[in-house]
Ligand binder design. Structure first.
Ligand SMILES: C[S@@+](CC[C@H](N)C(=O)[O-])C[C@H]1O[C@@H](n2cnc3c(N)ncnc32)[C@H](O)[C@@H]1O
Length: 215
């Protein structure tokens, strides 16, 4: 299937969804695959350190969501742009024993009404333009600081190997005083010309937000 970026972000919401037990494709893009399970477990572990209220951006196949609930949280909230995936998130949420909230739409809009109400924030969306590839999480990093309670933790699908990009680390340390880097090993991604190919990924676990002066 030919893959094209959406003409506008809103057009992502119209793209066809194809899913089986191994993968999720949206508009032909391989958005999520079960090879990421170990990675999702590591991200889930980070955001459930406080067993508190967790926000996840991007529901996908719900692999990290299930890992978050299995590890223990007070509540789970996700922001999901695609209506079909958001409907799956709501169906999944109805089966959970903790309160689940699904905010349907793009994070850029949905975060407007949110405050410092989460103990863990996990960001894992998908690039919707060529310019966002490998850096779709960068604009969210400053936003994460204002969504976290004191003691809260932010993590994300990082697109980083052991050659962690200096600009990425710089951005994290501009907004968080503490950044732990965790190497997740044993990954076996399937061939995908624009996807991940390394056998490991280094994920950041950031805490202690740097508040703006007077903020
Ligand atoms: C890689 S998947 C998330 C995988 C998930 N962590 C899991 O374990 O299955 C990315 C999801 O982010 C959604 N998404 C992409 N851009 C978004 C945005 N700007 N705001 C909210 N959701 C977005 C996609 O529709 C997709 O469902």
């Amino acid at each position: 299937m030919k893959r094209e970026y959406p003409e506008t972000p809103a057009a992502w919401r119209e793209f066809a969804v194809a899913q089986n037990e191994d993968e999720l494709r949206i508009g032909g893009w391989l958005v999520m695959h079960t090879w990421e399970r170990a990675l999702m477990a590591a991200l889930a572990e980070a955001v459930t350190r406080g067993s508190g209220d967790v926000l996840e951006v991007g529901f996908g196949m719900g692999i990290s969501a299930s890992a978050i609930v299995a590890r223990g949280c007070r509540s789970y909230t996700c922001i999901e742009a695609h209506p079909v995936v958001a409907a799956q998130a709501r169906a999944w949420g109805a089966q959970q024993t903790v309160p689940v909230t699904v905010l349907e739409g793009f994070w850029e809009e949905q975060v407007q009404g949110l405050g410092a109400q989460y103990d863990g924030v996990l960001f894992d969306t998908y690039p919707l333009t060529p310019a966002e590839r490998n850096r779709n999480h960068f604009p969210f990093i400053p936003v994460a600081t204002r969504l976290l309670r004191p003691g809260g933790v932010f993590t994300c699908y990082s697109d980083e190997t052991v050659d962690f990009r200096a600009e990425h680390l710089h951005l994290l340390l501009q907004h968080f005083r503490r950044v732990e880097l965790l190497r997740v090993e044993g990954l076996a991604p399937p061939p995908d010309p624009v996807g991940w190919s390394a056998d490991h990924m280094v994920i950041p676990i950031a805490s202690e937000p740097v508040r703006p002066a007077g903020g």
